[in-house]
Design a protein around this ligand. Structure first.
Ligand code: TMP
Length: 204
């Protein structure tokens, strides 16, 4: 594995995914490693605009429109940020292609082959090195979403939807060595931190 791996953080809403990415970023900063972090949807200035459109709760967009916007955002990120930094810096990404499979296929029933073909079209054979998958149970998901003061369009699905998406993530990660599961129900932030740092120490 490259000393500058591509590390992805995945998981449904309120699973602790972004907190876990911040733990990794903080560790890399402390170790004075060169890294960049970006998110999907988002990243480039233009992709951040796409993010705003996608998550705006005033719009009712068709699932296929969403799919195209997620890919448009990814394409810009890939061409303008990821390719440029690949193998030069550690790349931390908050969501990547598994989000599209989990949300648009497992959650919204869009044909998996269409998603795979579009992914291939946008990123070719590019692959992430490690994926941290954060999970949360329904009870904690409900509690945590209820606590959020501002809900965006993707925070407002029924709990059943998130359950389907999470099951999708677990299917994607099944029997894959490069996926590390982070269960936010049983691990405290400190314990999560330990698992993440232990893995980073090994690969960097
Ligand atoms: P978040 O990452 O800030 O939680 O919000 C982004 C939302 O977009 C989240 O609900 C997952 C969703 N999403 C998809 O549905 N498909 C995708 O391909 C990506 C990158 C995100």
């Amino acid at each position: 594995m490259s000393k500058n791996p591509v590390i992805i953080f995945e998981g449904i809403e309120a699973s602790g995914k972004s907190t876990n990415l911040d733990i990794a970023a903080k560790y890399l900063k402390k170790k004075r490693k060169k890294y960049i972090k970006l998110r999907e949807p988002g990243g480039t200035l233009f992709s951040e605009k796409i993010r705003k459109l996608l998550l705006n709760k005033n719009y009712k967009l068709d699932h296929k429109t969403d799919l195209m916007l997620f890919f448009a955002s990814r394409s810009e990120n890939f061409q303008k940020i990821i390719k440029k930094n690949y193998n030069k810096r550690i790349i931390l990404i908050d969501r990547f292609i598994d989000s599209t499979v989990a949300y648009q296929h497992y959650g919204m029933n869009i044909n998996l082959n269409i998603i795979k073909t579009l992914n291939k079209f946008i990123i070719g054979n590019f692959k992430a090195d490690i994926t941290f998958l954060s999970t949360v149970n329904v009870m904690n998901l409900r509690l945590r979403l209820n606590k959020r003061l501002k809900l965006n369009r993707y925070d407002k699905f029924k709990l059943k939807f998130y359950t389907k998406v999470q099951k999708g993530y677990l299917k994607i990660s099944k029997n894959k060595k490069n996926y590390i599961l982070l269960d936010s129900n049983t691990n405290s932030e400190k314990e999560m931190s330990k698992i993440i740092i232990k893995k980073l120490e090994k690969i960097i």
